[in-house]
Design a protein around this ligand. Structure first.
Ligand code: ADP
Ligand code: MG
Length: 449
């Protein structure tokens, strides 16, 4: 019976298609009007149904009569594409899978936590966000194809890409949207080569409505993967399917990517994401802690936002650590804990406090002229301000005594040591001084950015 079907199919499809897709199918059994056939894997079923559904139906009806039905059984246990799809099949005891339902869904690998709703808008991400929204509303229909998002680590590229995919599916759950990292793409490609399934691999991706590939800088140097990616890209682009890509650098700077690809990328829109400004950082912190069920004072948000400046993942990491530490030790989240954790998390702490800034804060407090503090003025209140500024410079920066001395009129390191010792003594003896120093220290740490 299946042979009969095959001969009809053979006449209706190109030889290569017949060879690739229909020959590997083996008949299993015929029950009433239902013909069960073995197929190599789920991907086969999907592909055949997508491309040859009418032909198959016609053939089956012709051979088996109008009641004729076809049931697919996957005969291979390790289907490399299995992971990519939600099981549409039930496992049978002998571990063969019977596909009863026609509609085959597949896994998009989209993280539902990343949406536009919880993506905070800021100056640094304005363009990328706007473009992403436009693409999500009209995939493949805007001139932003491909949409190429680039920017440093932890600035929201991955978040935006998932948001695009989620929104497209929200509007139309039948759309085939897939997100994957370029690493995953490479690994699957290598597996496809090893199991001689490159055509299926390529056909699978070419059948997407929206293809989202993250961190394509990791494709650089992988010539074979890039070649195939190029083909997939062209097919999708030509048929008006949306492509979204990200990288840590703009296309031009992806050394080792060939010109063909770079020029393709510039067909669409290249949008960068810049580090968030202070207000955006505070807004992100508030938003994140809300989602953790955590409520902190504005001072704390601002302190964190002042000290962690370049990376949103670190802002988030700081909150998580705060939450973990405070709940582990059932401790209130107080300012000391915040300070400690920010110090642990932040990577750019040392550069954020400068001697000049310390000098400014101290002089503001004592209402003295900064220049006089830097010169060799011996007026009493100037000397005090200078000594405090030197002391705080020693405590709050990693600068050497020599460097600190240079900032204060080229005094040598022994002067700085003297100032430091004098202040230590004063702080110990005089509660007032201690308080002033503490509050200056806090102020400097709080606003150092
Ligand atoms: P990238 O892919 O650029 O390295 P991610 O998208 O992984 O960065 O972002 C790191 C973290 O910061 C994620 O948890 C993400 O949700 C969060 N994040 C980044 N940008 C924003 C933003 N504008 N609003 C809210 N959260 C953000
Ligand atoms: Mg990322």
């Amino acid at each position: 019976i299946w042979k009969e079907c095959l001969s009809i199919i053979k006449e209706n499809v190109p030889y290569i298609t017949y060879n690739t897709w229909f020959l590997p199918i083996k008949p299993h059994e015929l029950e009433n009007n239902t013909l069960k056939i073995f197929v190599p894997n789920n991907f086969f079923i999907e592909w055949i149904e997508e491309h040859y559904n009418t032909l198959i139906n016609k053939t089956v009806n012709q051979v088996l009569g109008p009641e004729g039905k076809l049931v697919y059984i996957v005969y291979e246990e390790n289907d490399p594409f299995e992971e990519l799809k939600q099981p549409t099949s039930e496992k049978k005891p002998e571990s063969a899978a019977v596909v009863e339902e026609k509609k085959s869904e597949f896994e998009s690998f989209l993280n539902p936590r990343y949406t536009f709703e919880n993506f905070i808008k800021g100056e640094g991400n304005q363009l990328a966000r706007a473009a992403a929204l436009a693409v999500a509303d009209n995939p493949g229909q805007t001139s932003f194809n491909p949409l190429f998002i680039y920017g440093g680590v932890g600035l929201g590229k991955t978040h935006l890409m998932h948001a695009i995919g989620n929104k497209i599916l929200e509007k139309d759950s039948n759309k085939k949207v897939i997100y994957l990292s370029s690493d995953a793409f490479t690994v699957e490609f290598v597996e496809a080569i090893q199991s001689d399934r490159v055509n299926e691999f390529s056909a699978f991706y070419k059948s997407m409505d929206t293809l989202i590939i993250d961190d394509i800088q990791f494709l650089v140097g992988k010539e074979k993967t890039l070649d195939l990616f190029f083909q997939i890209f062209n097919t999708l682009h030509q048929s008006g399917k949306q492509i979204v890509l990200s990288s840590d650098k703009p296309p031009k700077e992806l050394k080792g990517l060939n010109e063909r690809l770079i020029s393709r990328f510039s067909w669409g829109l290249t949008a960068d994401i810049q580090p968030p400004d202070f207000e955006t950082r505070v807004a992100i912190l508030k938003n994140k802690s809300e989602s953790f069920g955590l409520e902190l004072s504005n001072d704390i948000y601002e302190y964190i936002a002042h000290n962690i400046t370049s990376n949103i993942r670190e802002l988030e990491g700081c909150l998580i650590k705060l939450l973990a530490t405070s709940s582990l030790n059932s401790k209130e989240i107080d300012f000391n804990l915040v300070k400690k954790i920010v110090k642990e998390v932040s990577t750019n702490k040392q550069v954020s406090i400068s001697i000049d800034y310390i000098t400014k804060v101290v002089c503001d407090y004592f209402k003295v002229d900064e220049n006089k503090v830097r010169e060799k003025n011996r007026k009493k209140e100037i000397v005090l301000a200078r000594q405090i500024a030197m002391y705080l410079s020693k405590v709050l920066t990693k600068s050497s005594l020599k460097t600190i001395g240079l900032h204060f009129g080229g005094r040598d390191h022994s002067t700085v040591i003297h100032a430091y010792n004098t202040m230590e003594l004063l702080i110990e003896k005089d509660g007032n001084v201690k308080e002033i120093i503490e509050s200056l220290k806090n102020k400097i740490e709080m606003s150092a950015a």
